[in-house]
Design a protein around this ligand. Structure first.
Ligand code: TYD
Length: 240
């Protein structure tokens, strides 16, 4: 596998072409951005941690019948992935209400509810990732109803797999953001992008301490220490 041209240079990640048309290399940077790129900082080691955490979680999904873009780890900051055609939607799953959803619904941070909430956002920085529904997504040609059904079903299945996995690590999966794409090799709708403390809210079950990007968003310090803790606890679960 030979690394080719840089095809995407994001704030927190880069994507490189390879000598195979349906394979790309994801490189995770030591950068964090929040609030639609308004807040930004460098955290040495964060890229490697997100690379490892995302690899463990995506590999676990692959092994449990949920197709993702992840193929294999290549190095500290890099992983080999299947190439996808981007679907610019974010499917957000909430097990407990936190962040902007608490403000939107007028309930306290950490509000417990009996059901699973699934939100959808249009991934567009200029529009600030607005909430949209299935009809909006079909209307502007982002996906078909059948594809959206598949994305919603898969998001719930991912949640059903990852919630108990994090629980084994003593971590509560409060919410998470998932992205999907159409694999260029088979055309299947698969999970793309990362699943990491950058894209999930993860609370320590014992103390409710935040172990995710909220530490950066809310200036709570110990960002890298918390991500390391998530990585180490997940590693222990997989090793046992
Ligand atoms: P959401 O409730 O949509 O927004 P907010 O972060 O404002 O509360 O987010 C829920 C989860 O999704 C949270 O863990 C952060 C993650 N997320 C992203 O990773 N990227 C995004 O662009 C958005 C909007 C959310």
């Amino acid at each position: 596998m030979t690394k080719g041209d840089l095809i995407f240079d994001g704030n927190e990640k880069q994507i490189f072409a390879t000598d195979q048309p349906d394979r790309v290399i994801f490189r995770y940077k030591d950068v964090a951005v929040a609030y639609n790129n308004v807040k930004r900082a460098r955290f040495k080691g964060k890229g490697a941690l997100n690379n490892q955490i995302s690899a463990m979680l995506l590999d676990y999904l692959n092994r449990n019948g949920v197709e993702t873009h992840f193929i294999e780890l290549l190095g500290e900051n890099e992983q080999l992935c299947r190439k996808i055609e981007i679907i610019p939607l974010q499917v957000v799953v909430h097990n407990r209400i936190a962040g902007s959803l608490a403000t939107r619904l007028g309930v306290e941070e950490g509000f417990r509810h009996p059901n699973t909430i699934v939100d959808m956002r249009y991934n567009d920085d200029d529009l600030e990732d607005p909430f949209i529904n299935r009809d909006h997504a079909v209307a502007i040609g982002l996906a078909t109803y059948e594809e959206l059904d598949r994305m919603y079903d898969t998001a719930r299945r991912v949640n059903d797999l990852l919630k108990p996995l994090f629980h084994q690590a003593g971590i509560e999966l409060v919410d998470m953001k998932l992205e999907f794409g159409r694999a260029t090799d088979t055309g299947a709708i698969i999970i793309s992008d990362e699943i990491s403390p950058d894209t999930c809210r993860l609370w320590d079950e014992a103390t409710e301490e935040r172990m995710d990007k909220d530490r950066f968003r809310l200036d709570l310090s110990r960002v890298v220490e918390s991500y390391t803790n998530v990585r180490d606890r997940l590693k222990k679960v997989f090793e046992s």
